[in-house]
Design a protein around this ligand. Sequence first.
Ligand SMILES: NC(=O)c1ccc[n+]([C@@H]2O[C@H](COP(=O)([O-])OP(=O)(O)OC[C@H]3O[C@@H](n4cnc5c(N)ncnc54)[C@H](OP(=O)(O)O)[C@@H]3O)[C@@H](O)[C@H]2O)c1
Length: 319
Amino acid sequence: MPKQSDFELVETVLPALTERQLLLRSLFLSVDPYMRGRMTGVRTYADPVDIGQVMVGGTVGKVLQSTHPQFSVGDVVVGYWGWQEYAVSDGRGLRKLDVNLAPPSTALGVLGMPGMTAYFGFLDICQPKPGETVVVSGAAGAVGSLVGQIARIKGCRTVGIAGGDDKVRWLTDELGFDAAFNYKTNKNYTEALKQLCPSGIDCYFDNVGGAITDAVLPVLNVRARLSVCGQISQYNSAQPEPGVRPFPYLLTKQARAEGFIVIQFTERFPEGIAQMAEWLRQGQLRYRETIVEGFENMPSALIGVLRGDNIGKMLVQIP
Ligand SMILES: NC(=O)c1ccc[n+]([C@@H]2O[C@H](COP(=O)([O-])OP(=O)(O)OC[C@H]3O[C@@H](n4cnc5c(N)ncnc54)[C@H](OP(=O)(O)O)[C@@H]3O)[C@@H](O)[C@H]2O)c1
């Protein structure tokens, strides 16, 4: 688990803008589990953050000054300038937000990277059919809570696994999950899944890996589809935890497991954002944010997301 002392708060003088630049003031900073992976010093699908570098991350902010013809003072943009209160940008990788269409923080959640992860990672890889049973782990988080609702919209029976009674209640009472259980108090995961999925599991959206995913395997139906999105239960482990070998289950159930990284769908994000926005407008989709205030609280917010302090999307807001 990361510690507060792994981070350093550094103050620097902002440089004056040169041509085609803008000065940004962060309003919301995204806090995501993948940030833990950037702290291991190992290259995965992305470079690690070296010691002394600015931590990476999605950001929403306001343009304070601009010498760039495409951006005006007051524009609100989403980008990737990391853990900084202010940043100088040349405009590359920034997208302007229409604050009248949706609150700007949604560009880091339901209408941003987590939303696209849920939309493409579930629909493209699981290809759910009406009447099928979908199980989602990490179900009360940013991605999981959206996957369950998309499954419900697609006419599936939706079962969530989450780490708290308050989370379970939110899933079943407010988001329309058919069932959910608290894996921290109900330790017999396979038994719980058999009870809550009497027709077996057709689709499994895996946010957590580890013992929870092991427990799903015996309950899979023939031709089940597993979308491997995240393995958060393992992110703080120095060694892979011992566990079940999944291939015999895939073999006998003729099932398919596929990992993905959301950036593989980047070209299709406009389609995903438009559909998620439409479902929001129709009231078919709901989202929740856990907002921590104050830039200096970025490390504790990251530790919090790894510990499960959040319901829905974890964000830091700079008032
Ligand atoms: N493949 C991709 O491109 C992609 C993109 C985005 C996210 N992801 C992955 O998707 C997953 C969810 O991301 P997110 O942004 O939506 O985060 P999130 O679910 O909002 O937050 C993380 C949640 O993980 C749960 N958790 C922590 N430790 C756990 C453990 N040992 N076992 C089970 N659950 C644990 C906690 O909820 P509980 O209280 O329920 O434990 C916590 O709230 C992560 O694994 C992330 O790495 C993948």
